[in-house]
Design a protein around this ligand. Structure first.
Ligand code: GRF
Length: 205
């Protein structure tokens, strides 16, 4: 259910360090996300450092593992839009359907390369280096029932250097691509949802 407020209420789902969450928080604090507010951070891991990042700026946090508990928390907090930022659980078709075109994910490669089942975190960069690509990057896409299969929203390319290790490449992709396009995508999608609501439900591309 969409709340009838002015700003789009966003929940960010995490499982780890939360550097992408931090990029969203920083963008919001820099007034780069005028259409939305981050009102909830949910982690399926209680020791995720991203929870601390949220608490540091007084964003409500929940540690929930069960998908139904997550859905209840989203409803209770009148969430309009969900951002997966390093969230490592696979979501069911029902969950995705409930938030169709209102749930986005950041993936650390240029989809359709190095994505799909089992391709996550540092593994993605190991795959890119072993393939020998000269360019990689990051993708933000809508989430549908296929792993990393939803419509692409933004991508940003990053050069692979000769002496790259998976860790060095991961850091460069995060700094030069993920942390740049994810906040932009959050505002882009939130604005679309807001415009649709303000136009009585008709979506304008
Ligand atoms: C990032 O590399 C992101 O692309 C992937 O998981 C990692 C999460 O990192 N989905 P962080 O928790 O945002 O630091």
């Amino acid at each position: 259910m969409l709340n009838d407020g002015n700003l789009i209420r966003v929940a960010v789902l995490i499982s780890g360090g939360g550097t992408n969450l931090q990029a969203i928080i920083d963008a919001s604090n820099n007034n780069e996300l005028p259409s939305c507010e981050i009102v909830l951070v949910i982690s399926n891991k209680k020791d995720a450092y991203g929870l601390k990042r949220a608490e540091n700026v007084q964003i409500k946090t929940e540690v929930l593992k069960d998908e139904n508990q997550i859905l209840n928390a989203l409803d209770e907090n009148m969430i309009d839009m969900v951002v997966l930022a390093g969230f490592l659980k696979i979501l069911s078709k029902d969950f995705v359907k409930r938030f169709q075109n209102r749930i986005i994910n950041i993936h650390p490669s240029l989809i359709p390369s190095f994505c799909g089942k089992g391709a996550y975190g540092i593994k993605v960069h190991e795959m890119a280096l072993s393939y020998g690509v000269k360019v990689t990057g990051a993708t933000v896409h809508y989430v549908n029932e296929i792993a990393d299969g939803g419509k692409i929203i933004f991508q940003k390319a990053v050069e692979v250097k000769e002496d790259d290790t998976p860790e060095r490449l991961q850091k460069r992709v995060m700094q030069q691509a993920e942390w740049v396009i994810l906040p932009k995508a959050v505002e882009f999608v939130a604005k679309k949802i807001l415009n649709t609501r303000l136009n009585g439900g008709k979506s304008f591309e």
